[in-house]
Write a protein that binds this ligand. Sequence first.
Ligand code: ADP
Ligand code: RBF
Ligand code: MG
Length: 355
Amino acid sequence: MSMSNSLKKLSSCVLIDLDGTLINTDGVVGDILRKYLCKYGKQWDGRESLKIVGKTPVEAATTIVEDYELPCKVDEFNSEFYPLFSAQMDKIKSLPGANRLIRHLKCHGVPVALASNSSRANIESKISYHEGWKECFSVIVGSDEVSKGKPSPDIFLEAAKRLKKDPADCLVIEDSVPGVMADEVINSLLDIRLEKWGLPPFQDWIENTLPIDPWHIGGPVIKGFGRGSKVLGIPTANLSTKDYADELVEHPSGVYFGWAGLAKRGVFKMVMSIGWNPYFNNKEKTIEPWLLHDFTEDFYGEELRLIIVGYIRPEANFSSLESLIAKIHEDREVAEKALDLPSYAKFKGDPYLTK
Ligand code: ADP
Ligand code: RBF
Ligand code: MG
């Protein structure tokens, strides 16, 4: 996810991309292609979605037909793919922070243009499944309305023109477009600080935490890498990730907090990392909750229930182990304090935690 602003000066409006930025199109596209390619005896490699999301319809189809050596023409592929895609459009979910962002901009009267490589008709269908979204965009530009799609700047220039703004006054929010330079790269929409770009700041951060829609996960505590207590002095009761594959894709990596329940031991405050732990460069996304309590024994295999109520920061890399440890202790203090606020404390009694 990147944000770019050509001169890094104050912006008065926003040009925003749709697929991969506001909605998670990959999931539905992947499901369709997995089945579709079977027909030709080919197997969909999920990583390919990186190559096609954000492309114009013709470019995306060309990539698939060529990469999989399909015995059909690009327009034949498209005439079969689009009806399947349209039938599944209602299943495309908004990305975390998308609703919050566009509603905030609308509420503060900041003009927003939706600038996407999809066709205009497809953009309109996709957003029709998200209540209140259409009204949030003053302008919509699709790739069929300009001569060249992204990474050519035509779509953005046309969007600025229709907003009656100078392109230099526009903040562009976009997931990665190859070949486009960004002024700032962020991990997810949760990390946008609009005030940096001269736009009205979000007012929903409380005491350095961002409330999220509570997320419930639970399962037996599994063995991790064996380094939490040993290397960091910070034990983390890992949960299996394969049981939450879909949720993990949906939730940005980062540091979160909430409540943790162990049926025989009680309910405890908890701060956790979800992600690849850049300092250790894990190959897989892990879920690592640190329960803020001194236990006298391990509890491997016990059912651990979590209600994740807020977000603190993106995962980071550190120049030393000491600085990683110091940051995690800072996260602990933030979480410990925030969880006493009524809006977070109220989840402590939720029966999900101990049932
Ligand atoms: P692993 O790599 O196997 O996860 P850790 O060194 O991270 O090992 O230690 C985690 C284990 O320590 C947990 O699975 C749990 O059994 C135990 N443990 C003890 N105290 C805590 C705590 N406060 N928070 C989380 N786990 C704890
Ligand atoms: N690891 C990182 O590489 N970068 C981080 O920013 C980071 N933040 C963490 C925050 C918390 C609250 C916790 C509990 C862990 C964090 N870790 C982070 C993960 C830590 O590396 C992990 O617990 C160990 O790798 C043990 O498996
Ligand atoms: Mg652990």
